[in-house]
Design a protein around this ligand. Structure first.
Ligand SMILES: NC(=O)c1ccc[n+]([C@@H]2O[C@H](COP(=O)([O-])OP(=O)(O)OC[C@H]3O[C@@H](n4cnc5c(N)ncnc54)[C@H](OP(=O)(O)O)[C@@H]3O)[C@@H](O)[C@H]2O)c1
Length: 280
């Protein structure tokens, strides 16, 4: 059985779907017992609770560690996970990191680098996945795209970001967890393109067959509107957007294609699939 943390989040659900497609038994770690999930064994609790870790890894052979998005204590969660995995003598620890964790200007990347560092010192059989930004992030602004014809981002429209379909990342996660030969590897997972935000809007226009305009929202205005986020998340996301605007966020798609043994999903195909799913 494989333990997947952050199971009720978008990454967790995608990875569990991919594991289920391979017929693998999954224990899903969710935050609250109210977050029921079909077809898996569920364990609920805080990822910072050492006692829950001990129970969570019982009768597990592999762990897929997904830390909550923008969590101020990701390194502590990493420490607890490593200690539990060592005690339970797990045969594989796969960590869902991020592209370019060595970027100190982005605090959540820097925390992931610290977890990676601890993993390599842990003596555990480790694999690290480093995805770039998900194509799914665009869907966060979907109603504005559809209703107002605008695609809004808090960085300059010239900013280029490598994008990856989370379903491709999940397929790789399931592969790495169920096939031999991946321990000791760090895989950067990027889709085929790194479009500018103007180019993303052009692809949206083409797929939706009507004009979608890209626009930048000034960062202070974005911060003032992001009242649903914790202060850490707001500040960390602002640091990330500033970094994106200065340096872009671009990786290379070769590793993902090699792992999938097929071309990775393009933004155009991802959007077509999303629209098709909405209409069914
Ligand atoms: N988004 C991207 O483009 C991208 C790219 C590369 C890497 N990543 C990384 O992928 C990871 C997952 O991101 P995501 O977007 O899938 O996150 P997400 O949708 O926010 O899911 C995180 C899950 O963790 C749960 N959670 C939060 N705090 C918890 C705690 N203290 N104890 C137990 N569970 C807790 C949340 O519970 P609730 O449901 O109750 O909130 C949620 O279900 C992050 O580490 C992120 O940095 C993301």
């Amino acid at each position: 059985m494989i333990l997947v943390t952050g199971a009720a989040g978008k990454t967790g659900r995608a990875v569990i779907r991919a594991l289920q497609a391979r017929g693998v038994a999954v224990r899903a770690w969710v935050r609250s017992p109210k977050q029921a999930m079909a077809g898996v064994e569920v364990i609920a609790g805080d990822l910072l609770d050492e006692a829950v870790w001990e129970t969570a890894v019982t009768n597990i052979h592999a762990l897929y560690l997904i830390c909550p998005n923008m969590h101020p204590h990701e390194t502590t969660i990493g420490q607890l996970a490593i200690r539990a995995a060592q005690k339970a003598n797990l045969s594989h620890f796969v960590y869902h990191s991020v592209l370019h964790p060595q970027t100190e200007e982005m605090p959540h990347h820097w925390q992931k680098l610290r977890v990676e560092e601890m993993l390599w010192a842990s003596g555990l059989p480790v694999t690290i996945l480093q995805p770039c930004a998900y194509m799914q992030n665009i869907l966060g602004g979907w109603s504005r795209i559809i209703n107002e014809g605008t695609y809004t981002v808090p960085y300059p429209l010239t900013t280029r970001l490598s994008l990856v379909d989370l379903a491709d990342v999940a397929e790789v996660a399931a592969k790495v967890l169920t096939e031999p030969g991946h321990t000791g590897a760090t895989y950067e997972l990027c889709g085929p393109d790194a479009p500018s935000q103007t180019e993303v809007a052009a692809i949206l226009s083409q797929v939706l067959q009507r004009p979608i305009r890209a626009e930048t929202i000034p960062l202070p205005q974005w911060q003032a509107q992001a009242t649903n986020l914790s202060q850490y998340a707001r500040e960390t996301l602002a640091a990330m957007f500033t970094y994106y605007g200065r340096y872009h966020f671009i990786g290379n798609g070769n590793v993902l294609t090699w792992l999938l043994k097929r071309p990775s999903t393009t933004l155009t195909n991802f959007l077509h699939q999303h629209i098709q799913q909405q209409n069914t």
